[in-house]
Design a protein around this ligand. Structure first.
Ligand code: 13P
Length: 254
């Protein structure tokens, strides 16, 4: 009952002109392969400066792709130089926004409290937050596999109430961009623990409906293993999402 989601986080790659060409080709590639978009949702996450172009293309050509932003401000509006509000993203028809990516947490000092506030800001504008959690190699050694992601999710859920539509992404920091993905069993173990937290805080019903993604060195060669796990409902793909054929193959789980 959970529609799988394959999400491409472009990070700081592809300008708005490159984005237009990329999204056109990706949609064409998937359509050629008869991709069933109702069965497997495919979403791209371009830089902020690309979003208007992507929105225009997607709406003009009625492309079946979803898109969203890589971050959002926790503030409504005002004197926050460099920030982008959830209202702006909603205006551009973003369905999703990635929140609390490990690169934001480590390079920009984003806290659990900010992740919760940003999630609340997104939900207030009917944008689905993709809440990212994940442990470092050091955390893994010290605290075991689930402790840090579970604590991060618990903290983030302070910004989520009731039957809100959210997505959780488990991205072990040691697996991001390293070429060393978690095993499907590792991903499943943490995803199951995260679903337990969702059940506890938001109820069984919401937990059963919420998609949990795995991210970290996902490629066409390893996606099938993750998708076979009962608690893994898709992937958040970095590097491999910048290669159209590769990302399309991941969307087919092959
Ligand atoms: P890679 O797929 O490049 O490891 O990146 C994962 C990621 O950070 C997606 O958000």
């Amino acid at each position: 009952n959970r529609t799988p989601l394959i999400a491409g986080n472009w990070k700081m790659n592809l300008d708005h002109l490159q984005a237009i060409a990329f999204v056109q080709k990706l949609a064409w590639n998937l359509s050629e392969a008869k991709h069933d978009f109702a069965a497997v949702e495919v979403a791209v996450f371009p830089p902020f400066t690309d979003l208007r172009s992507v929105q225009t293309l997607v709406s003009a050509d009625k492309l079946p792709l979803a898109f969203g932003a890589q971050d959002v401000s926790e503030h409504v509006s005002g004197a926050y130089t460099g920030e982008i509000s959830a209202a702006f993203l909603a205006q551009l028809e973003c369905r999703y926004v990635i929140i609390g990516h490990s690169e934001r947490r480590t390079l920009h000092g984003e806290t659990d409290e900010q992740v919760a506030a940003k999630s609340a800001a997104a939900l207030a504008h009917n944008i689905v937050p993709i809440i990212c959690v994940g442990e470092t190699a050091e955390d893994l050694e010290k605290h075991g596999p689930s402790a840090v992601p579970v604590a991060q999710l618990r903290a983030a859920l302070a910004g989520v109430t009731g039957a809100a539509d959210i997505v959780v992404a488990y991205e072990p920091v040691w697996a991001i961009g390293s070429g060393q993905a978690a095993t499907p069993e590792q991903a499943e173990q943490v995803a199951a623990a995260l679903r337990g937290v969702l059940a506890e805080v938001l109820g069984e019903d919401v937990a059963g409906k919420t998609r949990i993604l795995y991210g970290g060195s996902v490629k066409s060669g390893n996606i099938a293993g993750f998708m076979r796990e009962p608690n893994v409902d898709g992937a958040l793909v970095g590097g491999a999402s910048l290669d159209i054929a590769e990302f399309a193959a991941i969307s087919r789980f092959q």
